[in-house]
Design a protein. Sequence first.
Length: 55
Amino acid sequence: KNPLFTVKQGAGNSSEDTANEGVHEGNFYGTHIIGPLLIRNNAVAKYFAELLLKK
């Protein structure tokens, strides 16, 4: 399994023993995060914008 990212605070969605959150496989990105991820995190928004502009 390829985690999408690692959380700095709290537990990831894999289990309480890991900080891995989400999954990234090929062109698929999935997460259980609820909230304004792209608005509140400029680095993530920039990553996806650059990824989309390459296609």
